[in-house]
Design a protein around this ligand. Structure first.
Ligand code: UDP
Length: 450
């Protein structure tokens, strides 16, 4: 079917930082395959598109086109190194950058937008969609607990005091449905301090989400039942369509055959997602603990500025360790030789670890990561946080003992097994995520006939 003959035009707006753009693109690909009669446009900054598109094999889809939008950085701008700077410049350039590009694309193709499917952070889409008379479908790339916390920002502020800064950081949020395990200290900075542009964006998002036609999550029914029930009362439609893992990555460094030469559940897989490397003293502590415990490891490590620090460790442990710049993570976590995942608790990593049946050692840094650690450690019992919240040699050795050799590790694997079954039921034929995905296809397709 040629572009002209297709009905409808779903326009996806990405938030171009961290792991946000990739899951949205995968969702677009799933939808484009399920609705071949609809055109899909994927808007993202040039810099992010350059990273994301080469891994996506868009050539196989004749109904997806990707476009660049401006990132808000003035020409020749020199960044200070603070990651928030890029975000703030980008946020300032919204919504005009998306609006302009959309007008150009509609002008070029003659295809009016029939549905906006955007990262939930890009809350201005609700007004843009209303102006165009089309639905706004918001895609939330994290888990149910963090979205619920954002919906309760005002309540949290009023209960925890000025800027949500509770006197007692151990105070739990037992006044919120399903969130009693969360401590004040787990709350992300941007939820507590609303004076920053990025915090404001998230607050505005929490006000806009109840107006969304649907909110889509890469999660599954049953993982956080009380939170899900409460969210249903606040949003028009909540669609868990996961777990929907990314396409299996290419194993260019032979990680899988390396894993296959090791005993079951013997390897520590270490990765801190797309944005993070722990600070130098923590990297050294983690390395010393692995060496002392003689745990073979596979480490996804790309930070050249910190590589020198670990060079001696990498050389000394060459016979038991493997270091790669990028690992095919979902395939690694599904490999029986992996015994523990040392993670920053990004949502995708947590879900992938559950699907792989691997317990976690958690060292969260920011955003939703502390919330995810709390769920892993105190609600689902499928991992442990590192003692004191940062890597120390002794804390890491204790965590490795707990997860890899103790009876607790066995219990964690059983608990993960139950969550994994729940996830597998959700994505099976007639499962809740499968049915939710069909509802999403309906929303996208029926809006295309307007
Ligand atoms: N990832 C990967 N290989 C790596 C490091 C990361 O495939 O070497 C993928 C991982 O599978 C996950 C994503 O990158 O899907 C990281 O997302 P997450 O939400 O865990 O963390 P973020 O990058 O947003 O902090």
């Amino acid at each position: 079917m040629s572009t002209e003959q297709k009905k409808g035009h779903v326009v996806a707006f990405a938030f171009p930082f961290g792991s946000h753009p990739t899951p949205l693109l995968h969702l677009v690909q799933r939808l484009a395959a399920a609705a071949p009669g609809v055109n899909f446009s994927y808007f993202n900054t040039a810099e992010s598109n350059q990273k994301v598109l080469p891994t996506a094999d868009l050539k196989s889809y004749d109904n997806i086109k990707a476009y660049d939008v401006e990132d808000g950085a003035p020409k020749g701008y020199v960044f200070s190194g603070n990651p928030l700077e890029r975000i703030e410049l980008f946020v300032k350039s919204t919504p005009d950058n998306f609006r302009r590009r959309l007008e150009e694309v509609v002008g070029e193709t003659g295809l009016k937008a029939s549905c906006l499917l955007t990262d939930a952070f890009l809350w201005f889409s609700v007004d843009m969609a209303a102006e165009l008379g089309i639905p706004w479908v918001a895609f939330w790339t994290a888990g149910p607990a963090p979205i619920s916390l954002h919906m309760y920002t005002d309540v949290i502020h009023s209960r925890l005091g000025q800027n949500g800064a509770a006197q007692n950081q151990d105070q739990t949020l037992d006044f919120l449905p399903g969130l009693s395990a969360i401590h004040a200290s787990d709350l992300p900075h941007e939820l507590l301090h609303l004076d920053q542009p990025f915090s404001r964006l998230l607050y505005d998002m929490s006000l806009a989400l109840p107006r969304a036609t649907a909110v889509v999550l890469n999660s599954f029914a049953g993982i956080d039942p009380d939170v899900e029930t409460d969210l249903k009362s606040k949003l028009k439609k909540i669609l868990n369509v996961g777990p929907s893992p990314p396409p299996p990555g290419i194993d260019q460094d032979g990680c899988l055959s390396w894993l296959s030469s090791h005993a079951a559940a013997s390897i520590a897989y270490i990765s801190f997602g797309t944005m993070l490397t722990p600070p130098p003293p923590e990297l050294l502590a983690l390395a010393e603990a692995l060496e002392e415990k003689q745990i073979p490891y596979l480490w996804s490590f790309r930070d050249d500025s910190k590589r020198q620090l670990l060079q001696r460790f990498f050389e000394k442990t060459e016979s038991v360790g493997k270091v790669v710049e990028w690992a095919p993570q979902t395939r690694i976590l599904a490999h029986p030789s992996v015994g523990v995942f040392v993670t920053h608790c990004g949502w995708n990593s947590v879900v992938e670890s559950i699907m792989g049946g691997v317990p976690m050692i958690c060292r969260p840094f920011f955003g939703d990561q502390m919330i995810n650690r709390r769920r892993v450690q105190d609600v689902w019992w499928i991992g442990v946080g590192v003692e004191g919240g940062v890597f120390t040699k002794s804390g890491m050795m204790t965590a490795l003992d707990v997860v890899m050799s103790g009876g607790e590790g066995k219990k964690m694997r059983e608990n993960i097994g139950r969550l994994r079954e729940c996830a597998s039921r959700a994505v099976a034929e007639n499962g809740s995520s499968t049915e939710n995905f069909e509802s999403l296809v309906d929303i996208v397709t029926s809006s295309s006939h307007q």
